[in-house]
Design a binder for this molecule. Structure first.
Ligand code: JFZ
Length: 507
């Protein structure tokens, strides 16, 4: 099954490429015809320093009814808040948490929340699991405390995964929590507990729904279209219901939007996006909801992001700033190699807290947020290893959070010791160090006009020795070459080209 999960997106990818090629030909013809009518194209370019410069070029944009409606980042307070989170938590919890990837003494090798698609497990067995769903030890306050201790600023919780099971009392689907032995709403208590702990709540919602008879993978017949139209209304109703029941919601994390049926529904997903935002001003929706007129997802036919942030960085991190195209983005990450829901048998590598912290540092250094996933057990508690991971990330965050919250891309040339981040408000630069060089010195090459004034360790505020190198580069010397954990150095610099009196100090 791992095979199936791994090859799934690839096959989809090939199909998508074929469709893209077809769309591209259409687009080319269209643009030839519509040259006279088209607006002048403005292409955004991103370089070191993160400054966006609009450059005019002669290429014409493809006219789209359902492409991006905004070029560049959202600038409202809600989105500023999102941008400053730095660290987030993802929680996958549902019927699949009962099985934990095992059935009848057999182990499913795919991601455990996909177990319903395993040919060894009859659908009716899975669909009757709700009769056993009773997370007796679920304690929303404990979940929120764990998140707070870990230092996360936002959490995304699964309200409904691909299996269609709703963790809230939806009046639009009987396949919901009230029909289980547990009976009570789980989403409300979670939303309120996280909100009380000062953690913003986002709702994961899979559009693809294996339980609904009207769901279609593709629209091949008129009957498919009729059924899928009913499905669209159902989806819209469920989403409005969630926003009405849980007004604290800050945004939706959409999923299961890769099938042809949805890709052919660009007009609907566009109107849905606008409807939800009207219902709930400030709502944040990433690039996994919409498709454009040609079925392009994430980016429209003109390469513009459709959504408030790029949501395609799933278990992967951009290699450099250029790869982010200057967009807002977050990376969602599993602790095991792959698998989001609880898995009793957790095979393969487990990421260590420091590996996760390094990913966090890298994401923030490239202007993104980092989200760590947890898969609680069927009884509603977290496995020990996940609790320890959260605790250790939290311990590190306690000391070093200044380098993460409100910080982003610094624009300084990356060095091998680790990552720079920069506070968006006061411009302070942080060095998050993972690889201490053998010579005990860290090279810093500030931007062209930068001059290093002072450097100190964030953990104890002890000043560090600075040695001037050629130009405005410096070495920062550490007394202790081996550090037990990743550490942060705060750099005070002037960026106006003026040298400071400390500049010529030699060590
Ligand atoms: C999806 C789900 O199928 C999965 O169970 C989990 O919820 C995850 C967060 O999201 O998985 C995906 C979605 C997109 C890609 C790969 C896996 N992708 O774009 O490569």
């Amino acid at each position: 099954m791992i095979h199936k999960i791994i090859t799934g997106p690839k096959i989809r990818g090939i199909k998508a490429r074929a469709q893209f090629a077809a769309a591209a030909v259409t687009v080319l013809c269209l643009s030839l015809v519509l040259t006279v009518l088209s607006p002048t194209n403005l292409q955004a370019q991103w370089g070191e320093g993160g400054k966006k410069t609009e450059i005019k070029n002669d290429k014409k944009e493809v006219p789209l009814k359902h492409g991006a409606h905004r070029i560049g980042k959202r600038t409202d307070p809600e989105m500023d808040r999102w941008r400053d989170y730095g660290l987030g938590e993802f929680i996958h919890f549902g019927l699949y948490s009962i099985l934990g990837g095992d059935y009848n003494g057999m182990h499913y090798n795919g991601a455990s929340e996909w177990i319903r698609s395993w040919n060894k497990l009859p659908h009716d067995v899975y669909d009757n699991l709700y009769k056993k769903f009773d997370p007796k030890d679920f304690d929303p306050e404990a979940w929120a405390n764990m998140a707070r201790q870990m230092g996360v600023k936002y959490v995304t919780i699964t309200t409904k995964h691909h299996d269609g099971f709703c963790l809230w009392p939806s009046k639009y689907s009987d396949f919901n929590i009230t029909k289980t032995p547990y009976k009570k709403d789980m989403i409300g208590p979670m939303v309120r507990a996280f909100d009380k702990a000062g953690i913003d709540v986002y709702l994961y919602f899979s559009v693809m729904d294996w339980h609904q008879k009207d769901w279609r993978y593709d629209l091949k017949t008129a009957a498919d279209t009729v059924a899928f139209n009913r499905f669209k209304t159902f989806t819209k109703n469920q989403l409005a219901e969630l926003l009405t029941l849980y007004p604290q919601t800050k945004g939706f994390w959409f999923d299961g939007t890769w099938d042809n049926s949805w890709k052919k529904s660009g007009a609907f997903s566009d109107s849905l996006d606008q409807y939800l935002k009207k219902l709930h001003p400030g709502l944040i929706i990433g690039s996994r909801l919409r498709a454009d007129d040609y079925g392009n997802r994430h980016f429209d036919a003109n390469g513009h992001l459709m959504g408030d942030y790029e949501q395609g960085w799933e278990r992967k991190i951009p290699k450099d700033y250029a790869a982010t195209r200057g967009n807002d983005w977050d990376c969602v990450m599993t602790i095991p190699e792959n698998g989001w829901g609880y898995a009793k048998t957790w095979l393969g590598h487990w990421k260590t807290p420091y590996e996760l912290i390094e990913m966090l540092a890298k994401c923030v250094s490239l202007d993104g947020n980092f989200v760590v996933n947890f898969g609680p057990k069927g009884d509603g508690t977290f496995r020990k290893k996940e609790l320890q991971t959260a605790q250790q990330i939290g311990d590190w965050m306690q000391v070093n959070h200044e380098a993460i919250y409100g910080a982003g891309y610094a624009g300084w040339e990356k060095q091998d010791w680790g990552y720079y981040t920069k506070n968006r408000k006061d411009g302070k630069i942080y060095m998050i160090v993972f690889n201490m060089p053998i010579n005990g010195a860290l090279k810093v090459v500030p931007g062209k006009k930068g001059h290093i004034k002072n450097a100190y360790l964030l953990q104890d505020h002890k000043n560090l020795k600075i040695e001037k190198l050629d130009g405005n580069a410096v070495f920062i010397h550490l007394e202790q070459k081996l550090q037990p954990q990743p550490f942060v150095i705060v750099v005070e610099a002037t960026m106006d080209g003026k040298a400071l009196d400390t500049e010529n100090k030699h060590v």
